[in-house]
Design a protein around this ligand. Structure first.
Ligand SMILES: Cc1cc2nc3c(=O)[nH]c(=O)nc-3n(C[C@H](O)[C@H](O)[C@H](O)COP(=O)(O)OP(=O)(O)OC[C@H]3O[C@@H](n4cnc5c(N)ncnc54)[C@H](O)[C@@H]3O)c2cc1C
Length: 548
């Protein structure tokens, strides 16, 4: 690679990781080209809840909230306990040191102004090192400042991006939980108060769309950075055992770009073969709430250069239970399974987990040797009347073709293709204790985080548990929707170099964000790790690439 080429940085993917890398690299003298497969900027980050987990961050310190890296390390170790071998201590300490540095760095550059999300604690309440307030940051952005790029930004179909955490909290006293999409009839309502232009820019964007808009704005204003949309990278150019550029597929044909390469291509959600390989899930049992261009290209590109891929247990990744809506032409994540008057069963009509908590649902459903799929949500008329869902307002008509109903559990089981007698037995076993808001076998509704953020806080019995006893009964096959956090990924060292199968860095190939295996946090996952990692790795890789 000659000198000119080595001053070029090619960033593959314009999600949060890609945009942040471009900014940090331009600051260090690189000419940066961002190559994005889609016709819009933002990736899964723009579709996300926009929650960034950063312990001991500068905003906490500014507000006088105490936290430390040691606390955060204790927390990650305590919650990653089940697969300690997958937690790389040195990567974890690097992440914890760099994360507060990275969020402050982008704020000091004038890219973004972070604020603490009100009333949002870490999950795993009470775990050692747990923090009640301050580690969760997010940001808003005035869309008017984007100019022509406004039409090139992805807008999330999963969250009410025209409002934000602070407005919702001010109006309702509640904070929507991270990773709780609420797109078709959910309970988070935008504020109704009139806001004049002087109070608030009319087009203030929140959630992941707002966070990404800050970084798109900063990127689009720098001459050293070029963004090429509809440029899907197809192959790496490898010369003299080092990566020297990429080959791109465009509508005008194949083009080559030369320079050091940063993969910021995210997860493999839309590639059924990679999903099968890394999670075992069949096509009818999963979906994705991320853009369809997240199809594992980074895994294949890295592997073509000899990279090692790390396999995490499929059950350690976050999934949102949901379904495919033909009406929306999208996989939608649901919250209704967290409400009272419902439970979830496996293919034998048996319950198998705390079915109010998506973490336990996936953990049990994907346990090695378990045979639970297909899985079904079962509910009753009381749930239908109170909450609606699946395209229906409370008491209304469900989206066609998705929901079965029957006057008895036995008949419902037959319609769903599961053992109706067993389903009847399961309902009876559930309903006894549920009448006093208890679930001694599986602990439905026992997690304080689930109680606080999910379900129906106004229910007379419990936010998450009540009998399923009022006919007609309803049932729907559920999918585990992926969110571009597969945990598995390309193996990197703490500097973000992609490593080959012997553990050596592949020269001039780096990885940022969800394409890289989550070795810094192990199997401990909670909302906000992924975006924090994307920002952290962006700064780390920019620093590293500028030294090499
Ligand atoms: C509904 C939802 C809610 C979420 N909420 C949160 C949250 O609150 N906090 C959190 O931390 N995480 C959250 N996540 C996960 C998070 O959004 C992703 O893990 C994160 O965006 C990954 O960032 P990234 O920069 O690596 O990739 P992305 O933001 O996904 O961007 C990757 C980009 O690469 C592009 N690309 C892919 N292949 C190619 C190719 N061959 N050539 C060119 N471009 C390519 C894609 O089109 C895409 O634009 C959520 C995800 C979803 C779907």
């Amino acid at each position: 690679m000659d000198k000119i080429d080595s001053e070029n940085l090619l960033v593959v993917g314009a999600g949060l990781g890609g945009l942040a890398t471009a900014i940090a690299a331009a600051e260090r003298g690189f000419r940066v080209t961002i190559l994005e497969a889609a016709d819009r900027v933002g990736g899964a980050a723009a579709y996300s809840a926009g929650v960034v987990w950063s312990p001991a961050n500068h905003v906490m310190l500014r507000e006088g909230v105490h936290d430390s890296m040691e606390n955060a390390a204790t927390f990650i170790k305590a919650t990653a306990g089940r697969y300690p071998e997958l937690l790389d201590d040195s990567a974890m300490y690097r992440f914890l040191t760099m994360s507060p540095r990275a969020v402050e760095y982008f704020e000091n550059l004038g890219v973004v102004q972070w604020k603490i999300i009100p009333a949002m604690p870490d999950s795993h309440a009470g775990a050692p090192g747990w923090s009640e307030y301050g580690r969760y940051l997010s940001a808003v952005f005035d869309a008017d400042l984007l100019g022509d790029w406004r039409d090139k930004l992805r807008y999330t179909p999963h969250f009410p991006y025209e409002t934000n955490y602070w407005e919702i909290h001010e109006k309702t006293g509640k904070t929507p939980a991270a990773l709780t999409p609420s797109s078709d009839g959910g309970k988070v309502e935008p504020p109704t108060r009139e806001l004049s232009e002087t109070d608030r820019p009319i087009n203030l964007l929140g959630f992941g769309t707002g966070v990404v808009a800050n970084f798109l704005h900063a990127t689009s204003r720098r001459n050293e950075i070029t963004i090429r949309l509809e440029h899907r990278v197809e192959a790496l150019i490898i010369e003299d055992e080092r990566v020297a550029g990429v080959v791109v597929d465009t509508s005008a044909g194949r083009e080559t770009f030369r320079g050091k390469v940063v993969l910021a291509t995210s997860g493999f959600d839309s590639d059924p073969a990679l999903v099968k390989r890394f999670t075992g899930l069949g096509e009818q049992d999963y979906g994705t709430m991320a853009p369809r261009t997240n199809r594992g290209d980074g895994f294949r590109l890295a592997a073509s250069a000899g990279a090692d891929l790390v396999q995490f247990p499929a059950r350690s990744a976050p999934y949102i239970p949901g379904y495919f809506s033909g009406k929306a032409n999208a996989f939608l994540g649901r919250e209704e399974y967290t409400y009272p008057h419902t439970f979830i069963v496996n293919c034998r009509g048996e319950r198998f987990c705390d079915d109010s908590y998506y973490g336990d649902l996936a953990w049990q459903a994907l346990a090695p040797d378990a045979q639970h799929f297909p899985i079904y949500m079962i509910w009753d008329e009381e749930h239908h009347r109170r909450y609606g869902g699946v395209g229906a307002d409370p008491g209304g008509d469900y989206e066609e073709g998705l929901v079965e109903s029957a006057t008895t559990m036995k008949e419902l089981g037959t319609k769903l293709g599961i053992d109706g007698v067993q389903l009847e037995r399961t309902a009876a076993e559930f309903n006894g204790p549920a009448a006093t808001a208890a679930d001694p076998r599986f602990g439905r509704g026992s997690d304080p985080y689930v109680q606080r953020f999910y379900g129906d806080p106004t229910h007379e019995l419990h936010p998450n548990i009540a009998p399923v006893a009022t006919p007609p009964y309803f049932g729907m096959r559920l999918r585990l929707n992926m969110v571009s956090i597969s945990m598995s990924g390309v193996r990197t060292d703490p500097d973000g170099h992609v490593l080959d199968i012997s553990g050596k860095p592949i020269p001039h190939l780096y990885a940022v964000g969800a394409v890289a295996a989550f070795t810094a946090t192990g199997t401990s996952y909670q909302g906000g790790f992924s975006l924090s990692r994307a920002l952290t790795m962006a700064l780390t890789v920019a620093e590293c690439a500028s030294r090499e």
